[in-house]
Write a protein that binds this ligand. Structure first.
Ligand code: SF4
Ligand code: SF4
Length: 347
């Protein structure tokens, strides 16, 4: 697909026209922050959009897989699906979060396609944008860097004087009519490539082992109980590292019954494998239960296994895209995958 160019001075008009045509979700300042924290939210004016954000607090997967999602309504007349996707544009997603979308696409398409996720995904045009500010805990420049971002419809790169816009689908091409785009010159395309390559070297955190080396060693460390205890001793099982993770996809399903005890609604909510009750299942008679990951160290190990080895084959790379959100979210400062990897590799 060709590359296009839009001047900085025309970019605001492009955004205005796009916002007027359909809902646009993008990075904006988190309203309770002092201007340095960002979320993905509906963008109502061009001025709100902050393509210079570092990382969003909550990953943009929430657009397709909301923290609370109504799945269906049931009653005496049967069951009604609540799938109701909105045609929209998700603009300004960094490449590492696009990689996370690709992982979720695979997982939610595996064996039994999850239409509650897929309908939202299909209705959304995803436009990625270059990383202008690197978050201090990011390590995507060194970890899983050979896995390419895919599944997005376009990519905007900020260069001198404007933006280079590469399109990868008809949905991406369809946005061109909203702005004064021309063909990008060879120099502009080269400048965009330089910009994106340079960003890879700007992460302060670095992983010095290959994903294959890490995968092998992590699996071999399963029985190193002392190490898992040491790594997890300050964990208070809050689940924040799961909740902020763009590649975590576990959910819990619950029914909310009406007073008539016949009708009700079914919801799913994000779940977190670090929390104490995650692996608790009912067993036998009244009140009987079993928790097959009762100890914090078992849950901590499980997260490391999932991110670093169990899913690698299915996903074509580690189930961690190096965003560093878990590092920021963990109060006792023990969730940083770079530190965990280094400890595992030490043996
Ligand atoms: S494990 Fe941490 S760094 Fe890796 S994708 Fe999840 S939140 Fe990002
Ligand atoms: S590792 Fe940190 S963020 Fe994760 S559950 Fe434990 S204390 Fe919470």
């Amino acid at each position: 697909m060709p590359a296009h160019f839009i001047h900085e001075t025309d970019f605001r008009e492009f955004l205005k026209s796009l916002i007027a045509s359909k809902p646009v979700i993008g990075p904006v300042v988190e309203p309770k922050s002092t201007g340095d924290k960002f979320i993905f939210d509906d963008v109502t004016s061009a001025e709100q959009l902050r393509l210079d954000y570092d990382v969003s607090l909550v990953p943009p997967k929430a657009v397709f897989f909301p923290p609370v999602q109504k799945l269906l309504e049931f009653g005496p007349n049967g069951v009604k699906s609540c799938i109701n996707p909105r045609e929209q544009v998700l603009l300004g997603v960094h490449f590492y979060d696009v990689k996370a979308f690709d992982q979720l696409d695979k997982l939610f398409n595996d064996k039994f396609p999850d239409n509650n996720y897929l309908a939202n995904r299909r209705a959304t045009t995803v436009i990625a944008s270059s990383v202008q500010t690197v978050s201090k805990h990011a390590f995507w420049g060194s970890f899983g860097k050979d896995v390419k971002a895919k599944g997005h419809d376009g990519f905007l790169t900020k260069v001198q004087g404007g933006y280079v816009y590469e399109t990868f689908s008809q949905k991406g091409e369809a946005l061109l009519k909203h702005g004064k785009f021309g063909n990008a010159s060879t120099d502009q395309v080269s400048a965009a490539k330089r910009e994106n390559d340079a960003a890879m070297d700007k992460c302060q955190e670095k992983v010095t082992f290959t994903p294959a080396e890490i995968s092998t060693k992590t699996r071999a460390s399963f029985s190193n109980n002392e190490m898992w205890k040491e790594l997890s001793k300050d964990c208070f099982s809050c689940g924040s590292c799961n909740i902020v993770c763009p590649t975590c996809y576990c959910f819990d399903v619950q029914d909310k019954w009406g007073l008539d005890q016949v009708s009700g609604e079914r919801y799913r909510t994000w779940d977190a494998c670090l929390t104490e009750d995650f692996a608790k299942v009912s067993l036998g008679g009244a009140g009987g239960h079993e928790n097959f990951r009762e100890a914090g160290a078992q849950r901590f190990r499980h997260r490391a296994m999932r991110k670093l080895t169990y899913l690698n084959e299915k996903l074509g790379g580690p189930a961690c895209i190096g965003c560093g959100r878990c590092t920021s979210a963990c109060v006792p400062n023990i969730a940083n995958p770079v530190k965990i990897i280094n400890r595992i590799m030490k043996g």
